[in-house]
Write a new protein. Structure first.
Length: 477
């Protein structure tokens, strides 16, 4: 499927074997999940107008991410119990059921229940897509496949807000979720038909016996994420700080519990040890995920409040960030293996530069400079992510590589959940606790991004440390 001398993908051979078609269908799960995630902001006003319950709006994202994190964390282990194809079919049907519940919900409470189910199905689809790459494809072409998966995220970031606006304007916000109901069912049927290889139709337990399922660890993770998400709803500095502290303590306990259960672990061993490429790479993923979600959450609000920039304009600045991620992922995915380390470092430095730049450009209100920072931040992820993902998976012990492939997006989502809660506290302490006005937005605009620069630096240092290990020789083919 690839030239052993150059590492180039033989796309014709990949298509002829049916593997490319399988990969395309696997990637549709990412499209369903990510488009739904980016669409919600544009349907929320119409939905709240019909269902009321505006005080629960924050939970719309919180419960979705909670479901995605729990399902994503579990996905790497579930393939030891049930065949990959069966997992994909069940995840897609679960996603469709959640979307149907959202589309027909008569109250905000039932809508939130649907969002939780959607998150479980969507999070599982995303992590199973990464697991599928590790299970079904040759290691040398992982960066190209991860790059294509990043492109799918970019398409979702651009199409999600547009889909929500069009469906709400022409029909109803309910039809926006109705489309995802049909999409989930179609994904389930496609997975059953396309994932028909021996590897995809049987479970893989290392010793022929499925490891115990980590109920306690997942329960701890669920509670921890719920505490952190709660800190972002009706923010009060003391209460939110206590909730975040409790949530972070719970996450530390979760990682500790996970490490003590080698046969049921959800993350690879030595998770945050900088003495290993896995630990350094996962630290980079965690730090940069926490540090960079503030623009997505508060960027449109700040730009609208400070500079009267239309919400659609700010929405597509955020979309441009994801598109830059996708384009650069594809552009660098074919680079030679010995260049992995420097590429990871360059990507991390781009992310940190974009994050620092927001502290100046958001208060200034210059759309070209804001767009530049968004492109730096998104492009940095695009440059680094395919290679740091491969580094983590390839460097993990052989019996933990499936777990490692699912752990990368799971760690990213945990980082987003923590970052969102902390961003809410910073914004509230900086002025939003007194209400939304131009003066408060001015205080928040600079401090919000400055507060995350230290984590950006940690991410860069972790990237530099990961780059010193280089690409494992085994990954050369």
């Amino acid at each position: 499927m690839a030239d052993t001398e150059t590492g180039k993908v033989d796309w014709r051979a990949l298509w002829a074997s049916g593997d490319l078609a399988r990969f395309c269908f696997i990637s549709l799960g990412i499209l369903l999940h990510a488009t739904n995630e980016t669409m919600v902001a544009t349907v929320m006003p119409a939905m709240v107008g019909e269902l009321a319950g505006v005080q629960l709006v924050g939970w719309s994202l919180a419960v979705y991410e909670l479901g995605a994190i729990v399902a994503g964390a579990a996905a790497g282990r579930l393939v030891s119990y049930v065949a990959l194809r069966t997992n994909m079919v069940v995840a897609a049907l679960l996603y469709a059921a959640g979307a149907l519940l959202c589309a027909t919900a008569p109250s905000m409470e039932l809508f939130l229940a649907g969002r939780l189910v959607e998150g479980l199905g969507g999070g599982a689809l995303v992590s199973l897509a990464y697991v599928s790459v590790e299970r079904l494809f040759w290691r040398a072409i992982w960066p190209q496949l991860f790059g294509i998966m990043s492109a799918v995220w970019g398409v979702a970031a651009f199409s999600g807000p547009m889909l929500g606006a069009i469906m709400t304007g022409l029909l109803s916000w309910r039809w926006a979720f109705g489309i995802f109901t049909f999409g989930g069912v179609a994904m389930a049927l496609a997975s059953f038909i396309v994932l028909n290889t021996p590897v995809a139709t049987r479970p893989r337990a290392g010793d022929g016996k499925a490891p115990p399922f980590p109920f306690a660890a997942l329960g701890c993770l669920t509670l921890s994420v719920a505490l952190i998400a709660s800190a972002g709803v009706d923010i009060a500095p003391l209460r939110s700080s206590l909730l975040v502290a409790a949530g972070l303590a719970g996450l530390a306990l979760f990682f500790g519990m996970d490490a003590l259960k080698p046969r049921s672990r959800l993350f690879p061993s030595r998770l945050f040890s900088w003495r290993t490429p896995v630990g350094a790479g996962m630290t980079m993923v965690a730090a940069l995920s926490v540090a960079t979600c503030s623009f997505t959450i508060y960027g449109p609000l700040l730009l609208t409040s400070l500079h009267d920039i239309p919400i659609l304009t700010t929405g597509y600045i955020i979309a441009a960030e994801s598109i830059a991620w996708s384009i650069l992922s594809i552009a660098v995915a074919g680079m030679r293996l010995e260049r992995d380390g420097p590429v990871i470092v360059v990507g991390a430095l781009m992310i940190a530069a974009g994050l620092a730049g927001f502290a100046y450009t958001i208060p200034a209100g210059s759309i070209p400079l804001i767009l530049l920072c968004a492109l730096l931040q998104g492009g940095g992820f695009g440059v680094a992510w395919p290679f740091v993902t491969r580094l983590i998976v390839a460097a993990a012990p052989r019996d933990e590589q499936t777990i490692a492939s699912a752990a990368v997006p799971t760690m990213q989502r945990i980082g987003y959940a923590v970052g969102a809660a902390v961003a809410g506290i910073v914004a509230n302490a900086s002025g939003f606790s007194e209400g939304l006005n131009r003066e408060a937005a001015g205080h928040v605009a600079g401090l919000l991004f400055l507060a995350f620069i230290p984590l950006g630096i940690v991410g860069c240092l972790a990237a530099m440390r990961a780059s010193t290990f280089g690409q494992p020789r085994e990954a050369m083919g």
